[in-house]
Ligand binder design. Sequence first.
Ligand code: C2E
Ligand code: MG
Ligand code: MG
Length: 835
Amino acid sequence: MKDNVMRLLPSMTDWSLRKKIVSVIMLGSVVCLLLTLCVLIVSSVNNRHKNSLLQLSSLADILAENAQAALVFSDENEAKRLLKSLQGHHEIDAGWIITEEDKVLAAWDRLGKIGTPPGDYKVTSRQLRDNYWKRSALLYLPVTRDKEHIGYVVLQADFTERWHSQLTVLQQGLIGTGVALLIVFLLATRLQFVISRPLKELADTARTIARNKTYSLRVTQRTRDEIGDLVMAFNEMLGEIQERDAHLSLHRDRLEDEVKRRTAELRTILENTPDTIARYGPDCRRIYVNPAFAAATEGGAAALLGSTPTECPGGASAGHYEALIKQVLASGQDARFELNWIGIRGEAICSHIRLTAEHDSSGKVISVLSVGRDITELNHSRISLNEANKQLEAMNDMLQSLASFDSLTQLPNRRLLLDRLKQALASCTRSGHYGAIMFIDLDNFKTLNDTLGHDIGDILLQQVAKRLESCVREGDTVARLGGDEFVVMLNELSHQAIEAAAQTEVVGNKILALLNQPYQLASHFYQNTPSIGATLFGNHQQSIEELLKQADIAMYQAKKSGRNALRFFDPQMQERINAHASLEDSLRNALVKHEFQLYYQIQVGSSNRPLGAEALIRWMHPERGLISPIEFIPLAEETGLILPLGQWVLETACAQLKCWQQNPLTSELVLAVNVSAKQFRQDDFVAQVKAVIQRHAIDPKLLKLELTESLLLETINETIATMNDLNELGVQFSLDDFGTGYSSLQYLKQLPLDQLKIDQSFVRDLASDSSDKAIVRTIVAMANSLSLEVIAEGVETEEQRAHLLNKGCTHYQGYLFSKPLPIEQFEALLTAKQT
Ligand code: C2E
Ligand code: MG
Ligand code: MG
């Protein structure tokens, strides 16, 4: 079905408008009229049939009513009379009146063939047997009197006549429909004529205009409807086109004139320009050459036209030239280059060639235009200009170097030094780092000059410069101020003045050592010493002159001290450096000389019961007496001496634990040992501890290592690993000086700690400072939640202890119980406490 419609539709699209209009209207009308006719006929037939049945039914009722008497008295005549009265009813064909005893009392048939009634008439109630299609009906009706059956009435009807009259109506209807369709057809033809004629006229006019360009033609507007509107718009459009056409013709004329004029101009230019111009076709052969090009080439235009650059004029660069033309033809991208070729008189010519792609209207490259300009002269002058520029630059460099560098040693001179010093001061102010300058003067340089001559003196200065440069880092500066005066500027030293001074001292000592090495000056073997004055610069505002003066003064002090020395400008700094240096020296020897001793400070529980002790190192200096670990532990860490020192402490502490284990009085004491960061981070620290424990055969549980927060946090993952290994051995851990670092609960949770040690700074003012109280309370709560023990250090008074107890801290260490003591006194203290 769908396919059929689809097959029909394209053919309909090809139909003329006329055919379409008439077909659609006719089809619509036929369908409408036929539908209406059918509906009318069907309903009228139905109604008539129903009416006939109704009439039949009421006729039977009347007959039954009148037949009662005839049935009661078996009066056949009366019965016949009653049936005869049916004759006036055309549709009744036959009728019967039958007694209860099945005797046909009377019968009547329109055709006279009286028989028995068809079918079973013995019914108890009215029965209508309607045969619609045979156009007949039978009605059986029982006759009753006083509710008693006395007989039957049967009527037979035939409606054929009515059907015939109905068919006549249908015929008339069809004739009417035909007439109506004829009228519709006439109207549709008229309608299509009204619509399609002006459209056809429009199409014919448009075709004529397109053919003859007669924009003055117009279509006559016959109606005022949409088609009339279309005709009007078409005419307006024609008017517009006519106007534009007139305008365009005028413009075209002008353009043609312009093109002619330009072409003439262009020809004049092309023929008179000294530039060589050529056009190349898609096969790279010339299709045009201007007179200048023709004149410059042997054979002229005749030789050039139709040939490629390699064919004519040829030459070394022709291949490259031809390749470039092909490239422009292929890519459409313009190109420029310089072409060296030999002119007609054998002269070398350099042409600047510009190749331009020429496109057709579709954008395809169809040819290449080549314009060449002779730049032989320009090239000559350009080369000399370049050379002049280079010379100028070299001179500039020379002047620059003369202005900033010392010509003898090639070191920065005073000017450049001041410049760099200025930058260094600004950078130090920003970063907070210290910097240093060292003023270096060669001792007895004048004597060398006087005896061996200035040339030899110069060689010494050059060698000194080299040696100084080898002593500093890349960002530092070595400068020569003049004569035998050098300055070394060190950048980015420590943030701490003392550390920065120590770093300067290291470099200064290196310089001293290196400049003391013998020199080979031409054939002379020579030894020299320097005097060095140093000063630091940092974020405080010193002027550059002031700094140089300070370094100069320090240098004179070095000279005064007997030369070949390094002196700091700041006397205090000098003193500290001296002390530092001597302390370092003696520290190195102290271990060998057994100058260290371990002291033990007792740790107690809430009822003063001794729980253990902390081992604290002491240095018994032969001259300075007892030196506090606070003074030498940082130095030992800086120099790395902490490693053998720490090892010694561990060894001594474990030996002590071994002794305690053998005495029931002390066998349960735990000994805490401080471990420094450097010591803890040794790769074999775990192995060291294990070896010591095994060597002394002690219970590892009695050894407690004290670590600080800063140590833990620096490399947390490695720290945890090391702690876990030690923990597996059975060793305990205490977190020393707790509260002064930045431990977060997050970290604390991960560490296998046994104890937190509240720093003494919180214990000191516990009685008066409410924030200290809060801190202690928090630490105790934190320790409880992490199931850690808490001990307070630096407990000096009963009051402090009471406060600590009140906050839940039950382990203590401090002067209240005892100062750190040598082992004998400590053991005496233990005995005293036991008794
Ligand atoms: P630390 O581990 O916090 O030790 C506690 C310090 O507080 C000790 O100072 C101790 O004498 C002192 N102290 C104890 N009770 C009181 C008190 O009631 N009041 C006051 N004011 N101070 C008290 P010391 O012995 O001078 O040690 C200072 C630091 O040196 C130690 O602090 C520790 O960090 C380090 N240290 C000591 N011995 C060693 C060691 O063998 N190895 C390492 N690496 N460091 C050590
Ligand atoms: Mg400690
Ligand atoms: Mg401490």
